[in-house]
Write a protein that binds this ligand. Structure first.
Ligand SMILES: Cc1cc2nc3c(=O)[nH]c(=O)nc-3n(C[C@H](O)[C@H](O)[C@H](O)COP(=O)(O)O)c2cc1C
Length: 195
């Protein structure tokens, strides 16, 4: 198989959503590699609004479990690292550094609706990039929308301009806990080619 086919298998065809994790640690170096990969993927005006809190097992994890939906508690307990994926509602304060060739900060200051839409849309893109970058770093992920955002914000993000959006378990997946693979929509069902 060519290198590009191996990458496609690892990132998409063979990668599964983990529902439990092996007792195998994830190093800080792996977390840094993950971030240093995802950060290069594109966002509008290079706005890069995603922010991440990595929570290891221990007291902080116990606190996080109290905000997870009941069905997400056991899998979150088993993960060596759980990431709170957030966005910075004041991401535009970084634009003089991130987009130096234009005054992009002024597009958002005083326009809360546009700023909020840009923050959430681009952070969500980056959260997808996070999952793919984690797979590229050899990790399995378990993304979860089932948690209390207000509670996570109070417990982990108070005093900041960050807001939680998704929680993702990270580690080396336990194959015995996988759900059967669900089908996907076919090319014909999900696309149109026109012109
Ligand atoms: C944004 C998002 C939110 C999800 N929320 C949950 C969740 O709260 N609980 C859960 O068990 N699985 C959750 N999932 C997992 C999906 O059900 C799973 O990724 C999907 O069925 C594909 O599974 P596969 O990668 O094994 O094919 C979520 C996935 C995503 C991307």
């Amino acid at each position: 198989m060519s290198d590009s086919n191996i990458a496609i298998e690892q990132l998409f065809h063979d990668a599964r959503t983990a529902n439990g994790f092996l007792d195998k640690p994830v190093t800080d170096a792996t977390l840094k590699k993950l971030y240093d990969t995802m950060k290069w993927a594109p966002t509008a005006a290079n706005s890069s609004p995603a922010r991440i809190v990595f929570v290891r097992q221990g007291d902080a994890r116990e606190k996080l479990l109290s905000a997870m939906s009941p069905g997400n508690v056991d899998k979150t307990r088993s993960a060596p690292v759980t990431a709170i994926l957030a966005y910075d509602s004041e991401f535009y304060e970084q634009l003089p550094k991130l987009f130096p060739h234009a005054d992009a900060r002024s597009w958002y200051v005083g326009n809360a609706a546009f700023a909020n839409e840009t923050a959430q849309y681009n952070a969500t893109l980056q959260h997808g990039y996070f999952i793919i970058a984690a797979r590229a770093a050899g990790l399995d992920t378990g993304p979860m929308a089932g948690f209390d955002k207000t509670k996570v914000d109070e417990l982990f993000l108070s005093g900041t301009t960050w807001k939680s959006a998704l929680v993702v378990n990270l580690g080396y997946g336990d194959p015995s806990k996988l759900f059967p693979r669900s089908p996907r929509l076919s090319f014909e069902e999900a696309t149109k080619v026109i012109g």
